[in-house]
Design a protein around this ligand. Structure first.
Ligand code: ZN
Ligand code: ZN
Length: 321
């Protein structure tokens, strides 16, 4: 679940925005006949593993979304994961400075998370493994060769765990670029069981993380604001904040404090520092708990994807659907 690496996303979006090339579809024949088109660096083994696109997609769905989510949610995740890898493979000579010789890796901080069948067995136990593997395989096979496109181009199918029910965010509010299909949308059925979280830091912990000594900061009592929001998003969340004498982006604060999201409020009574967050992840694109909620309401994966990615189509790489 969780996060695709923001920096890489920005990089990919930069490529999309900067080089509007014609669609360079991966040849369907390459997918069907070679069987092995994904060269994935495995962090555990330190080796490059060769996988079919569909085996790659299965491992991503297993790693990125709880397998107990409804079938239509798993299908939406499968199409997003497939779009991601096909876009990567057809990116027109995208080099991989992190893992030379590989198309990508299995670490969510670098690309999408991926796990092997052995890892699935370990995580789920062998009884659940058969049920879940079957369920995921069905989601992958039943959406076979389907991808998300916008204006005939593959999209960057970014997703996050939960928007906390407040709705998703325009890409330009989190990253550098506004992407037409990555607009903030409502998330009416967000099924995140714990959308709000509060974490408490001691003054020493806060100082260690941010470099700011709260005793020197203007702190009002009770719910007083410890930090000053220097820029806000359209929804009123911090975009940049000043802590002490330094200004940080909200994503930098999220990273420094290890927060679940950059939609946070920080307060202190002069002692401990209390940070409350909404949702989990960057908030852009598909909200996985929102997907779960829509699927439970009976929505189909195509409608779910079209809800979270504005103006997109679900296209078939083989044509005809
Ligand atoms: Zn990696
Ligand atoms: Zn949501």
């Amino acid at each position: 679940m969780k996060r695709l690496l923001a920096a890489l996303i920005v990089l990919t979006i930069a490529v999309v925005v900067g080089i509007p090339a014609a669609v360079n579809w991966l040849s369907p024949a390459r997918i069907e006949k070679s069987g092995t088109v994904v060269h994935m660096y495995s962090h555990a083994s330190g080796k490059i593993i060769n996988l079919s696109v569909e085996d790659y997609v299965k491992g991503v769905v297993a790693a990125e979304m709880p397998a107990e989510f409804p079938e239509e949610a798993l299908k939406a995740q499968a199409v997003a994961a497939r779009t991601y890898i096909i876009k990567r493979l057809t990116g027109g000579g995208v080099t991989n400075p992190i893992h030379p010789g590989a198309d990508l890796c299995d670490d969510h901080r670098h690309y999408q998370a991926w796990i092997s069948s052995e890892e699935m067995k370990k995580r789920w136990g062998s009884l659940k493994y058969y049920r879940y593997y079957f369920k995921i395989s069905l989601a992958v096979h039943s959406t076979d060769s389907e991808v998300i496109t916008f204006g005939g181009q593959l999209v960057d199918p970014v997703y996050h765990s939960s928007c906390g029910g407040l709705g998703t965010i325009n890409s330009g509010e989190v990253w550098k670029f506004d992407v037409p299909y990555l607009k903030g949308v409502d998330c009416p059925y967000d099924a995140d069981p714990e959308p709000l979280r509060v974490v408490t830091f001691t003054a020493a912990e806060f100082r260690k993380a941010t470099g700011a000594d709260i005793s020197s900061l203007p702190v009002s009592t009770g719910s007083g604001s410890l930090v000053e929001m220097t820029e806000t998003t359209s929804a009123g969340w911090p975009k940049t904040v000043r802590i002490g004498s330094r200004t940080f982006s909200s994503t930098a604060v999220r990273e420094m404090l290890g927060l679940r999201s950059a939609r946070f409020k920080i307060s202190s009574d002069g002692g401990d520092v209390r940070v409350s967050t909404v949702g989990y992840g960057h908030g852009v694109g598909m909200c996985q708990y929102g997907v779960k909620g829509m699927a439970l309401k009976g929505e189909k994966y195509q409608d779910i994807l079209r809800h979270y990615y504005t103006g997109v189509e679900i296209s078939d790489l083989k044509g005809g659907k």
